[in-house]
Design a protein around this ligand. Structure first.
Ligand SMILES: [Zn+2]
Ligand SMILES: [Zn+2]
Ligand SMILES: [Zn+2]
Ligand SMILES: [Zn+2]
Length: 415
C-alpha cells in the first residue's frame, strides 16, 4: 500500500457535539453554522439540525437523536447533560436496541470489529483515583438524566463504556466520536499513517498512509497531536497515564536519537553533541564544561515561564545549541511564527537560517509528511526566491510538493 493512499473511511459508532457547540453544529451531519441558520429541535429545544428537514429525519431514523433521548433532554431543559453523559447514554440506547446493537466495521485485512472489541482497561482505571472520581460524577449525572437507579451490574457496564470512551475517543472540532475501525489502529511515536477528515461526510473519519507499508497490520498512528516532537520520557509517561500502556515503538527504543533532543553544536564539525554523553556523535570531540554549563543556564531560561529570553540569549542559543535540541527547536518555531519577542528576524538571511534548522528537526523527528513541514518549506521557498537562490528554492518546492501529494493536495494543473 502506497503513501498517500486512503486505507479506510469510518462512520462513527457513536458521536456527540461538544456542549459549547450545541447551538452552532448540526447534531447529525456536524456542519457548523450560525445558530440562527440551524433549526432547534422542537421537542428538547436543545439540539439543532440543518434547516432542511433531512438531517433531523435521518437522525431519528438512525436512532441518533432518538425520541427517547429527545424526551429525556426535554425533561432536563433548560439544563442539558454533559457531552460525556450524552455519549454514554447514546451507547447504552444503542446496546438496548436490537436493531443497532451489533454494528460492525469491516477492516481492510478482512477482520471485523464491534463495540465489544474496544479496549477499556477498566481494571487499571479502577485504580486511577482521579478517573474514579470523575466517573462517579458522570455516573450520578447519568442516573439523574435517565431517571434510573443503576444496579451493580449496570454500573460495571457503564464503567466499561466510560473506559472505552477514554481510550478510543477522537476529539474533533465539533465533538467526540468513536470509530470502531479506527480504534483497531495501534500507536507509534513515529507513525506511518494519520486520521483525516472525510470529504463525503463531516462525521466520518479516514485513515491515510504517510509511508508505503506492506500490510494493514503494520499501520500505526500517533495518539496525540505532535507527540513525536517530545522526548521519549514525556511521550511514554503521557501515553501511560492517558492510555495505560508502555510504548515500545521504534522511537522509544532509540536512546541515542532521544539524547539528541538535549544537545550542543560541535565546535569542530557542527555535528550534534548530546548533553548525556558530552561527545560529538560525528567526530567524537568532547565538549567543555563551560559549554555544558551555558547549555544548562540557557535551557533553564527557556523552560521557565517566568524568565525572559533576551535577544542576546537567542543569538547565543542559535550559536551554541544543536538544532535537534528540543527547547531550541520550540524557540525557533516561535521565531518563525513571528511570535518571538525578538526583532532579530527582521534579517531575511537569519530568518532563512532559522527556517532551515527547523526543517532539519522536522526531517529527523516528524512523520514522512506533515502540514507544518509543508508550511515551513513553502515559507522558505518564498525567502529563497527573494534572496535569488532559485536553485535551492526549487529543491524546497519539490520537497513541499512531495509531501503535499502524500497529504492529498490536488496538485493537478488548473485550467
Ligand atoms: Zn445537518
Ligand atoms: Zn430533541
Ligand atoms: Zn513510542
Ligand atoms: Zn564533531
Amino acid at each position: 500500500m502506497e503513501a498517500g493512499q486512503l486505507v479506510m473511511s469510518c462512520k462513527p459508532f457513536a458521536y456527540v457535539v461538544w456542549d459549547s457547540k450545541l447551538a452552532s453544529v448540526c447534531d447529525y451531519c456536524w456542519t457548523e453554522e450560525k445558530p440562527e441558520d440551524l433549526k432547534v429541535c422542537t421537542g428538547c429545544k436543545t439540539v439543532r439540525f440543518c434547516q432542511s428537514e433531512s438531517c433531523r429525519d435521518s437522525s431519528k431514523k438512525e436512532n441518533i437523536h432518538s425520541s427517547m433521548e429527545c424526551d429525556l433532554m426535554a425533561k432536563a431543559f433548560p439544563d442539558f447533560p454533559s457531552e460525556q453523559v450524552r455519549l454514554i447514554s447514546r451507547i447504552l440506547f444503542k446496546q438496548r436496541s436490537s436493531r443497532h446493537a451489533d454494528e460492525l466495521d469491516k477492516l481492510p485485512n478482512g477482520k471485523e470489529r464491534g463495540f465489544q472489541d474496544l479496549e477499556h482497561h477498566s481494571d487499571k482505571m479502577a485504580k486511577d483515583r482521579r478517573l474514579v472520581k470523575s466517573f462517579s460524577a458522570v455516573k450520578e449525572d447519568l442516573a439523574t438524566y435517565l431517571n434510573e437507579d443503576l444496579d451493580e451490574t449496570e454500573e460495571a457496564e457503564v464503567f466499561r463504556i466510560f473506559g472505552k470512551i477514554q481510550i478510543n475517543r477522537f476529539n474533533r472540532s465539533q465533538g467526540i466520536a468513536l470509530y470502531l475501525g479506527l480504534s483497531a489502529i495501534d500507536h507509534s511515536c513515529s507513525p506511518n499513517a494519520e486520521v483525516v477528515g472525510d470529504l463525503t461526510s463531516q462525521v466520518s473519519y479516514s485513515l491515510r498512509l504517510l509511508e508505503d507499508v506492506e500490510s494493514f497490520d503494520e499501520i500505526r498512528i500517533c495518539y496525540g497531536s505532535k507527540l513525536f516532537v517530545e522526548r521519549t520520557e514525556t511521550r511514554r509517561s503521557g501515553l501511560k497515564s492517558r492510555y495505560y500502556f508502555d510504548c515500545q515503538c521504534r522511537s522509544c527504543q532509540e536512546v541515542e536519537l532521544d539524547s539528541m533532543k538535549s544537545s550542543l553544536k560541535c565546535r569542530l564539525c557542527k555535528g550534534c553533541v548530546p548533553i548525556s554523553s558530552g561527545r560529538c556523535v560525528d567526530c567524537s570531540l568532547p565538549v567543555s564544561d563551560e559549554y555544558l554549563s551555558r547549555h544548562r543556564i540557557l535551557t533553564a531560561k527557556m523552560t521557565d515561564k517566568q524568565a525572559t529570553v533576551s535577544n542576546e540569549d537567542i543569538t547565543e542559543i542559535i550559536e551554541l545549541f544543536h538544532h535537534f535540541d528540543l527547547n531550541k527547536f520550540k524557540l525557533l518555531e516561535q521565531c518563525l511564527a513571528q511570535k518571538c519577542p525578538s526583532n532579530i528576524i527582521c534579517d531575511l538571511g537569519l530568518f532563512l537560517g532559522i527556517g532551515l534548522q527547523v526543517l532539519e528537526f522536522h526531517e529527523k523527528f516528524y512523520p514522512a509528511a506533515h502540514e507544518d513541514t509543508v508550511a515551513i518549506e513553502l515559507k522558505m521557498v518564498q525567502i529563497l526566491v527573494k534572496l535569488n537562490f532559485i536553485e535551492l528554492a526549487l529543491q524546497h518546492l519539490q520537497k513541499a510538493m512531495k509531501q503535499m501529494k502524500t497529504l492529498g493536495y490536488n496538485l493537478k494543473q488548473q485550467s
